[in-house]
Structures are given as structure tokens and as C-alpha cells.
Design a protein around this ligand. Structure first.
Ligand SMILES: NC(=O)c1ccc[n+]([C@@H]2O[C@H](COP(=O)([O-])OP(=O)(O)OC[C@H]3O[C@@H](n4cnc5c(N)ncnc54)[C@H](OP(=O)(O)O)[C@@H]3O)[C@@H](O)[C@H]2O)c1
Length: 247
């Protein structure tokens, strides 16, 4: 029960890594504001069962990350009844691979809108509460693509490199308010995102890992739980690689 009583806001919890983080947070006693893009019955049923199983409160919250007005309205409404958010986990994201010359700048802007600017908007809304409470913890979902910056990564890799740079800057600006900011940089993990990847590029990433396999969403979620907990109370401004070790 590493997170007992903590209030945690997680984006993109309806599938993949976000769903695993939601599950592990609930298992560890956290109350969760669980974001998804759309309201749907499967998701509502899933969170209801999870909440009953672990005796925690899980509140669904819906908005499209690219619809900033909808995000502002929904988050402000939700903050009226949630005066304390201890941890924000910026997880939602979209992937893209392709050589720069074949990638219209419009597409690169779309990737940055979801993977960087929407995260920045949401973080600005939530740090208002965190600075008032003089306590907070922000975890950004980066990627090893943002560290290794291989060919074909002009959109996704650079958006994750920007998240990494922003994480470091933010940790310096917010430490004075007792707010920690870290990022997780997963290697290729077994979610829809990985399944959509071109098989050659995916195989290359698997071979790049010393453990020669995909990560599981739970292996990424376990690191998120550590960062969200007080077990990591002196960890700040760090980018934690979770990729089985790399060559
Ligand atoms: N899987 C990997 O190999 C890997 C490796 C490194 C880093 N990551 C990072 O880990 C995070 C989670 O990835 P994943 O593998 O779990 O991906 P995923 O299975 O594709 O899930 C992505 C999540 O983000 C949400 N999302 C995307 N665009 C959105 C939008 N405009 N508005 C609201 N929600 C939106 C999706 O909602 P919908 O269901 O509505 O689309 C979904 O919940 C991402 O930031 C990703 O870049 C993943």
C-alpha cells in the first residue's frame, strides 16, 4: 500500500500503460482521477470493479487532450470537489514513425500537440493546486526514443526529447514548492502502440534491449508507483529508463 490516501490524476487510463498504472495505483491504495478521451461503458465498468476490489475511489474524467477548452472546463469543474492532487501522471500519447522528408510538418505539429502541449496545458492547471498545497509530484511519460533519437523519429522522438527537457526545467522551477518532477522512458512495451509499429522497427528495438523482449505495461507501471510514492522522496529531475538495459 505504497500510495495509501494519495490522490492521483492519470491521463490515458483506458488502455495500455495508463490502464496498468491505474490498476497498480488502485492496488496500492490511491484514489484516482482516471482520464480517458471518451466516455464508454467498458471503461466505466472496469473502474467500478477496480474501485470495489481495492476499496478506493476512482473518478472518471473525460476530455480530448487536443481540445484545450474542453480540458480546461472539465478539469476546473473536477478541481471544485478535489482540492488536493498529490500526483499527476502525464501518460496519454501518440506514436509516429517516418523519415523527416516524408512527414508533413502538420503531422509533426499534431504529435507535439498531444505529446507535449496538451501535457503542458494540463500541468499548468494542476500545479495551481499543487503550489497552493506546497506539495506535488509530476511524472511524465517520455520514451527511450526521446533519448536515443534514431532515424525516423523527427516527430515522436523529438516530442519525447522535448518532454525530457521540459521535465528537467520544471523540476528546477518547482522544487521550491515541494513538487518533484520526473519522467519514465520506457523501451518498447507490449501495448497497442507497439503493435502498430512497423515490424522491422519493432524487431530492431527488441534487439536493442539487453533482455531481448518487449516490456510489459505492468513493468512500466511499477516504476510509476515507485516515483509516485514517498519511497522516491529524494528523486527529482530524473529520466528513468525502463527498457531492460540497452546495448
Ligand atoms: N508502448 C510503448 O512501447 C511505449 C514506449 C515508450 C513510451 N510510451 C509512452 O507511454 C504512453 C502510453 O503509451 P501506450 O503504449 O499505453 O499507448 P496506447 O496503448 O496507444 O495508449 C495511448 C493512450 O493515450 C490516449 N490518447 C492518445 N491521444 C489522445 C487524445 N488526443 N486525447 C485523449 N487521450 C488520448 C489513448 O486514448 P484512446 O484510447 O482514446 O486513443 C490511450 O489511452 C505514451 O505517452 C507513449 O508515448 C509507450
Amino acid at each position: 500500500m505504497l500510495l495509501k490516501g494519495k490522490n492521483i490524476f492519470i491521463t490515458g487510463t483506458n488502455r495500455g500503460i495508463g490502464k496498468a498504472i491505474l490498476t497498480e495505483c488502485a492496488k496500492n491504495g490511491a484514489n484516482v482521477l482516471a482520464h480517458a478521451r471518451y466516455e464508454n461503458n467498458d471503461f466505466l465498468k472496469f473502474i467500478e470493479q477496480l474501485s470495489l476490489k481495492y476499496n478506493v475511489s476512482i473518478t472518471p474524467i473525460f476530455f480530448d487532450m487536443t481540445d484545450i477548452n474542453q480540458m480546461r472546463k472539465t478539469v476546473k469543474e473536477c478541481m471544485k470537489s478535489n482540492k488536493k492532487i498529490d500526483v499527476l501522471i502525464n501518460n496519454a500519447g501518440i506514436a509516429h514513425g517516418g523519415l523527416f522528408q516524408m512527414t508533413p510538418v502538420e503531422n509533426i505539429k499534431e504529435i507535439f500537440n498531444v505529446n507535449l502541449f496538451a501535457q503542458m496545458e494540463l500541468t499548468q492547471l494542476i500545479i495551481k493546486l499543487m503550489t497552493r498545497n506546497q506539495f506535488g509530484n509530476i511524472i511524465n511519460m517520455a520514451s527511450i526514443s526521446g533519448l536515443d533519437l534514431k532515424s525516423g523519429n523527427s516527430a515522436y522522438g523529438t516530442s519525447k526529447a522535448a518532454i525530457i527537457a521540459w521535465t528537467k526545467v520544471l523540476s528546477k522551477e518547482l522544487a521550491t514548492y515541494n513538487i518533484r518532477v520526473n519522467a519514465i522512458a520506457p523501451g518498447l512495451s507490449n501495448t497497442n502502440m507497439a503493435n502498430l509499429m512497423e515490424s522491422k522497427a519493432g524487431e530492431e528495438m527488441i534487439q536493442h534491449s539487453l533482455m531481448k523482449r518487449l516490456g510489459t505495461p505492468e513493468e512500466i507501471a511499477n516504476v510509476a508507483v515507485f516515483l509516485a510514492s514517498e519511497k522516491s522522496s529524494f528523486v527529482n529531475g530524473q529520466i528513468i529508463r525502463v527498457d531492460g538495459g540497452s546495448i
